[in-house]
Design a protein around this ligand. Sequence first.
Ligand code: IUR
Length: 459
Amino acid sequence: MAAQGSLPALIRKKRDGERLEDEEIQSFVRGVTEGTAQQGQIGAMLMAIRLRGMDAGETLALTRAMAASGRALAWHPAWRGRLVDKHSTGGVGDKVSLALAPALAACGCKVPMISGRGLGHTGGTLDKLEAIPGFRACQSPEQMRSILERVGCCIVGQSEELAPADRVLYGLRDVTATVDSLPLITASILSKKAAEQLSALVLDVKFGGAALCPTQESARELARSLVEVGERLGIRTAAVLSRMDEPLGRCVGNSLEVLEALECLEGGGPPELRELVTTLGGLLLWQSGQAGGVTQGRALLGRALDDGSALGAFEAMLGAQGVPPATARRLCAGPPPDRRHLLGRAAVCEELPAPRGGWVQRVEALPLARVLHELGTGRARAGDPVNPRVGAELLVAAGQRLRAGEPWLRLHHEGALGAGARRALQGALCLAPPPPPAPPPLVAETILPAAPPSGGERP
Ligand code: IUR
């Protein structure tokens, strides 16, 4: 085993393009976790990995070592095979988890979903849930077990004890220009999933103008890495590549996204949101052997959304995570105005008029998200507060014709919308004289392991 003192030798080895042995990777991660590795050394190793890459075996060893740096969650043996989760690489208006976790619970799964807060232009699932008065994202492993027993799903923050090496490495990647490294992203995402002791995992790898991966090819490369390493960890893993040029659904902003997720949980809401929820959930039900194929899995998810059982699980989850039962009831069963009132309103609600007429080609997610971020949906630094009431509702979609002056966006803000932000928002609306071509499918591709679960059709 490499001694701590040999860390410079390990850095040199990777710097020179050599392969690191499992024990060497374990030694590096131990140094990170125990604090014996200096920040400069960790940064140098991250850059060496970023420039030289890692093969699947090294990435697997890194993932395992990072997962082993903390505590693993332990579950009831009777849940084996039914423990599932999904991870998204992040998108604008992505409220899929809010509907998917309870829908899966309604289908008999156990979903110990560990989510994050937003940093950068994409919102975090926990920020959305924390728009609900009383919601507590912080739950101990014991509390998670109890909630899964009673409800079937929970959505919680990453505890200090789960993959602590990832916390150190992620923080340093952010300041050493090493975020965009395939093995580092793979190990970061999967170390937390490995510690969750899952049976099956589905990844929503987004690509496009507002995504981590700019192109479908780069998303495919990341998805393949995640699926291969996930499978080698013993987790049934699949990935979908979904487009992220436009916001998902009509609403962006924490409170508004909760309201839209509730529509989906009632069997309604935007079709593309339901499409993604049923596709990801259908894959998980198939992978975990709870559906004979993806088509059946999708149908089971759709039924849970339509018959109220998913909504019931969401209400129960809120109750189990600190929301007073009367509030959870009003939110899940009350009329829409009551829901809005409960989540609070921003000081100003204004509609932006189309600057000219034309056919809507698309509404670009990135400029919209950047302006909303400035207006309060996002944070500049981890730990900053966010304003849950700020957000936007799209009043138009691609393929629609707009006349000059017709409203296209309803903006909720606290009264600080400057001329520059207004201009940037108008730039998100792409208009042209001819109608646009039919939009490509939201889910462009599914990446399955080489040997998927036996039985049922491949999607
Ligand atoms: N989410 C993670 O958990 N890890 C990463 O490296 C990225 C997103 I990028």
